[in-house]
Structure formats: structure tokens, C-alpha cells
Design a protein around this ligand. Structure first.
Ligand SMILES: Cc1cc2nc3c(=O)[nH]c(=O)nc-3n(C[C@H](O)[C@H](O)[C@H](O)COP(=O)(O)OP(=O)(O)OC[C@H]3O[C@@H](n4cnc5c(N)ncnc54)[C@H](O)[C@@H]3O)c2cc1C
Length: 405
């Protein structure tokens, strides 16, 4: 049974990066994705050096360059007064310090790059429209029941089936998906529609974090700066519907940001179609592996998007999982993965939560207090302490400690 392939449940970021990484190591695998048509849904992503170095190592540099904007810098702006502070330089500075770029990308474009690479390199490895329904660990293999009625044997099952993971629910009792009390508005704006002072070019790609009382807004360019991504996050406990594609009206969106700076409101007015959804989470786990089953990505460690690390963690997971499986047989490899990933991912999830109070601090309601607060919180040395350990992490080089059989 040990020659059975690894089965991956879910073709999101975690599943596809794991698949490409396993392929690179020559490890047999099969991916099942429950959705028949993987379409261009959802948000946009900031990919930091801890993630992009894996993508480059997987040979995806050229394909990514066709669709990303490489970030030149990021700034922080006060949501009410519009005053601006530097967050950090990226571009050359990022490449020199971390030996990898920082990219802005549309989520649909990213998934397309990963899918194309997988279909080119392993044409029969992905089956769509087939969900993993349940699993039974049989000791020397794991049997995987699929939604088309088949049961397949695997040497291990990697559950990369997202925050609503049914495999996690089967592994961990009493672990509901919870509404975090935060909702997000999102939308894209054709860059040409914006007034000149809000436009950004691909050559000087700027990302902005607007911070304000009880909410924040993130903007950055996409698709070679043809589009501007706009995401507004609010503390709101009256809205629980989770969907990538729940539409909202401009009136409702502008009412939610009624007291915000004109530039924010202009960006929101210019969104083609505003979408909204509730941000969901699950309690942190103390284990990701159980026998031949292991959770990865959002299934293992869903996070608030306040540090832009959910997809980056999923990329790290994929690279490290493949290295573990290349160096140890299945149950031990999954344990090695868990040992390497638990502490870092738990820390990132916790620190993302801390960013909620930093970004949404009540003092931001008052312009003079806000100025002192932002100047202190976003001092260059504090920013370095906050971000450097994240960006320096190299999933391709981090030392593996393999448990003994
Ligand atoms: C507003 C917002 C902004 C964000 N911004 C950033 C950012 O800037 N940077 C960043 O790094 N992260 C960001 N994230 C987080 C990031 O999007 C997620 O962490 C990441 O996409 C998780 O990837 P995943 O593969 O674990 O899960 P998913 O992308 O959810 O993929 C799971 C896949 O599994 C499939 N599936 C589900 N159940 C089954 C089953 N039983 N069998 C087979 N298939 C199944 C699903 O159809 C889906 O395709 C953001 C999130 C939000 C909400």
C-alpha cells in the first residue's frame, strides 16, 4: 500500500502549491477539487517574499510576471484626515533584503497560473467536480471516499479544503466555523476611471493601508495596473453571510464609510460592483496531523487578512509538506510538517488578530491623537520588527527535524 499516491483535497492555493511541489520531488499524487469550474472569484492577494521565493523556485516567475504588479512601496494613511506615512519600501529594497519580490495579484490570475503549470506538468493529476467526502485511516493506507461514489487508496490525505474544511470537522469535534465580527467590502476599479492623484502605475506600484476607527481599507494595483483593488474591512456584528459573491450597493458601502476621507469615498464610488462577505475563523489547533491525514492552508490555520499572510502561509505549507514527504514515510512526514508549522502559523494568526486593534484603534477617531498614534506605531524600527521575521522565512531551506520511526 505504501506505493499509493498522496491525495490532496482542494485545489486552492495550498492544494495547488503542494501538488506542484510534490511533482518537483517526483512524489505521486492526485488532486480532487469539488468545484467543477474553477472560476475567477474572490479577493486579490499580496504575496510577500516568504511566498514568492517558493513560486520562483517552482519555475513560475515568467508566468507570474505576466499578471502581477511588483510592489514598489506601501504607505499608511489616516482614514479620516488622509495624512500619509511610509510603511516600507519594497521593489529593489525588498529584493536586496529578502532576495525575493513582493507582488500584488488578482486571486483568479494566481489560480490560473498554478492550474496551467499543474496541467502542463502533470496533465492527469487534477480531477475537478469531485469532492472528498470522508476518509478512513486503515493503518498501512488511508481510504478516501469521493463524491462520485468511488473509494481510492492513498498513502496520505492532505486536507487543503479551506476554512469550511469538512475533513477538519471530521478530525476535530466541536470546532465550528465562527463569524469573527468583521465584514469585508471588496471591488475593483478600472484605473483609468480614477482621478489622476489616485492612479498608480505598474512601474511605481503603490499599496496603501488606510486605518481608521473600527475599520481599515486596503488598496493596491492589479493586472499591470489596469485595475485598482479596494477592500474595506469593518467591525460589524449584524452581517453573517459568507460568500465571495454577495453583491452590495454603493449606497450601503458609502454609508459604511460616511466619515472617511474623500479619497477613500472616491475609490469606493468608482468600484464597478461592490461585493461583501463576512470574515470567518476557527479556534487555533494544537495539532494538524492525525495518522495519515493532515490539515493545510486555511483548513489548518485560517487567519484574519490583516497581515496578508493566509495565502503566503498556504504556499509555505505546500513547499514544506513536499520536503517532509521527500524525506520521510507518510505518518512521520506529516508529524514533521506539524512540528515545523504549528508555532509559526499560530503566531501569524495571533499577530494578525493584534493588527485589528492596531488598524482600528478608537484613537483614530481624533485627528490630533491619530497623528501621534500612527507616527509611534508605524516607526521604521517597529515596522521592521513586525515584518522582517515574516519575510525572511525560507520554506525551501528551513531545517527539517524528522521524528524517529
Ligand atoms: C479579504 C481577504 C483578503 C486576503 N488577502 C490576502 C493577502 O493579501 N495575502 C494572503 O496571503 N492571503 C490573503 N487572504 C487569505 C487567502 O485568500 C487564504 O488564506 C488562502 O486563499 C487559503 O488557501 P487554501 O488553499 O487553504 O483555501 P481555499 O483557497 O479556500 O481553497 C480550498 C479549495 O478546496 C475546495 N474544497 C472544499 N472542500 C472540498 C472537498 N471536500 N473536496 C475537494 N475540494 C474541496 C474548494 O472548492 C477550494 O477550491 C485574504 C483573505 C481575505 C478574506
Amino acid at each position: 500500500m505504501s506505493s499509493a499516491p498522496i491525495v490532496i483535497a482542494g485545489a486552492g492555493v495550498a492544494g495547488l502549491i503542494t501538488a506542484l511541489s510534490l511533482h518537483r520531488h517526483g512524489i505521486p499524487f492526485q488532486v480532487y477539487e469539488q468545484v467543477a469550474q474553477l472560476s475567477e472569484v474572490g479577493a486579490c492577494l499580496q504575496l510577500s517574499p516568504n511566498g514568492t521565493r517558493v513560486l520562483i523556485d517552482l519555475g513560475l516567475d515568467d508566468a507570474m510576471r505576466q499578471v502581477v504588479c511588483e510592489a514598489e512601496r506601501k504607505e499608511v494613511r489616516h482614514g479620516l484626515s488622509g495624512q500619509t506615512w511610509k510603511l516600507f519600501d519594497l521593489g529593489e529594497d525588498c529584493r536586496m533584503r529578502f532576495a525575493a519580490p513582493y507582488w500584488f495579484i488578482h486571486r483568479g490570475d494566481f489560480q490560473q497560473v498554478l492550474l496551467t503549470a499543474l496541467r502542463d506538468r502533470a496533465p492527469h493529476a487534477l480531477q475537478v467536480g469531485i469532492g472528498v467526502q470522508s476518509v478512513q485511516d486503515q493503518g498501512d493506507h488511508i481510504s478516501v471516499q469521493l463524491s462520485d461514489g468511488r473509494s481510492v487508496h492513498a498513502s496520505g490525505l492532505l486536507a487543503s479544503d479551506g476554512v469550511r474544511s469538512r475533513l477538519r470537522s471530521a478530525m476535530v469535534p466541536n470546532d465550528p466555523v465562527q463569524f469573527t465580527g468583521l465584514m469585508a467590502w471588496r471591488g475593483v476599479v478600472p484605473m483609468a476611471r480614477l482621478p489622476a492623484h489616485l492612479r498608480v502605475t505598474a512601474e511605481h506600484a503603490l499599496g496603501t493601508n488606510w486605518v481608521g476607527p473600527g475599520g481599515h481599507v486596503i488598496t493596491y494595483p492589479l493586472r499591470r495596473a489596469q485595475l485598482m483593488n479596494v477592500v474595506g474591512i469593518l467591525e460589524r456584528d449584524d452581517w453573517h453571510h459568507e460568500s465571495w459573491n454577495q453583491t452590495g450597493s454603493h449606497e450601503e458601502l458609502l454609508a459604511d464609510f460616511a466619515i472617511w476621507h474623500d479619497d477613500v469615498r472616491e475609490l469606493m464610488r468608482s468600484i464597478e460592483q461592490p461585493y461583501k462577505w463576512a470574515l470567518l475563523g476557527r479556534a487555533p489547533l494544537s495539532a494538524y496531523a492525525q495518522g495519515r491525514l493532515c490539515l493545510m492552508g486555511d483548513a489548518a490555520h485560517p487567519t484574519l487578512p490583516f497581515w496578508a499572510q493566509g495565502a503566503n502561509m498556504a504556499i509555505e505549507d505546500g513547499a514544506i509538506m513536499a520536503r517532509c514527504l521527500a524525506n520521510a514515510p507518510v505518518p512521520l512526514a506529516l508529524l514533521a510538517f506539524e512540528r515545523l508549522r504549528l508555532q509559526r502559523t499560530t503566531q501569524i494568526v495571533q499577530r494578525s488578530l493584534d493588527n485589528a486593534s492596531r488598524f482600528h484603534n478608537p484613537v483614530l477617531a481624533d485627528a490630533s491623537q491619530a497623528q501621534a498614534y500612527i507616527s509611534a506605531e508605524w516607526q521604521a524600527d517597529k515596522v521592521r520588527t513586525r515584518y522582517d521575521w515574516l519575510f525572511e522565512y525560507d520554506p525551501l531551506a528551513v531545517e527539517l527535524t524528522l521524528p524517529q520511526a
